[in-house]
Design a protein around this ligand. Structure first.
Ligand code: HEC
Length: 165
C-alpha cells in the first residue's frame, strides 16, 4: 500500500513538472512566432524609451542611458523589419549616425553633446512622422518629469515657436 502511495506521489510530481515546462514554453513565445506587433504599439514603446534615455542622462545614470539607447534603436530596427514600406531602412541609416553620436556622448558622460544629438534624434522622429502623413504626432524633448511629456498634446507649434525653443 505504502509503495503504491509513494508511486502515485512520484507520478503526481512528474505530471506537475511536465505541465510547468509546457507553460514555460508557451510563455517563452516559442509558439507565438506568428505574432506581429502593430506599428503604433512599437512606436509607443519607442516613445517610452526616448523619454527614459533622456531622464537617465539627466540623472547621470550612464549605464541605464546606454541600455535604453540600445533598446530604443533595436525597437526602431524591429519597426523597419516588420514595416519596411512605412519605416524604410534608408530612413534608419540616418539614425545610425545619430545613434553613434549619442553612444559616444554617453561614453564620454558629455551631457551637452548628448543634448545636441538627442535633439537630432527627436527631429528624425518628426521628420518620419511628417513623411508618413502623421505630422500631428510631434515628439519633443521631455518637458517635465513624466514618460509622456516628450509628446506635445496641443496643436503643433508654428515654425517660429519651434525656433524660439
Ligand atoms: C521611419 C519612420 C518613423 C520614425 C523614424 C519614427 N516613427 Fe513614430 N511613427 C511612425 C508612423 C508611420 C506612425 C503611425 C503609425 C500608425 O498610424 O499606426 C508613428 C507613430 C508614433 C507614435 C504614436 C503612437 C500611438 O499609438 O500613440 C508615437 C508616440 C511615435 N511614433 C513616437 C516616435 C518616436 C519617439 C520616434 C523617434 C525616437 C519615432 N516615433 C520615430 C513612423 C516613424
Amino acid at each position: 500500500m505504502r509503495a503504491l502511495i509513494n508511486f502515485l506521489g512520484i507520478m503526481l510530481v512528474v505530471l506537475l513538472i511536465g505541465s510547468a515546462i509546457s507553460v514555460a514554453q508557451e510563455n517563452s513565445g516559442q509558439r507565438l512566432t506568428g505574432y506581429v506587433p502593430r506599428l503604433s504599439d512599437l512606436m509607443v514603446v519607442i516613445q517610452i524609451r526616448h523619454s527614459k534615455l533622456f531622464y537617465a542622462v539627466k540623472r547621470g545614470n550612464w549605464p541605464l542611458a546606454d541600455f535604453e539607447l540600445e533598446q530604443l534603436t533595436s525597437t526602431l530596427k524591429e519597426a523597419g523589419t516588420y514595416y519596411p514600406k512605412t519605416v524604410p531602412s534608408s530612413d534608419l541609416t540616418g539614425s545610425t549616425e545619430i545613434k553613434n553620436a549619442i553612444a559616444e556622448a554617453i561614453k564620454a558622460k558629455d551631457e551637452a553633446k548628448f543634448d545636441q544629438s538627442f535633439a537630432q534624434l527627436t527631429a528624425e522622429c518628426n521628420r518620419c512622422h511628417e513623411a508618413a502623413d502623421r505630422a500631428f504626432i510631434f515628439i519633443r524633448r521631455p518637458a517635465f518629469p513624466s514618460t509622456f511629456s516628450n509628446q506635445l498634446y496641443g496643436p503643433r507649434p508654428t515654425e517660429q515657436q519651434k525656433r524660439g525653443h
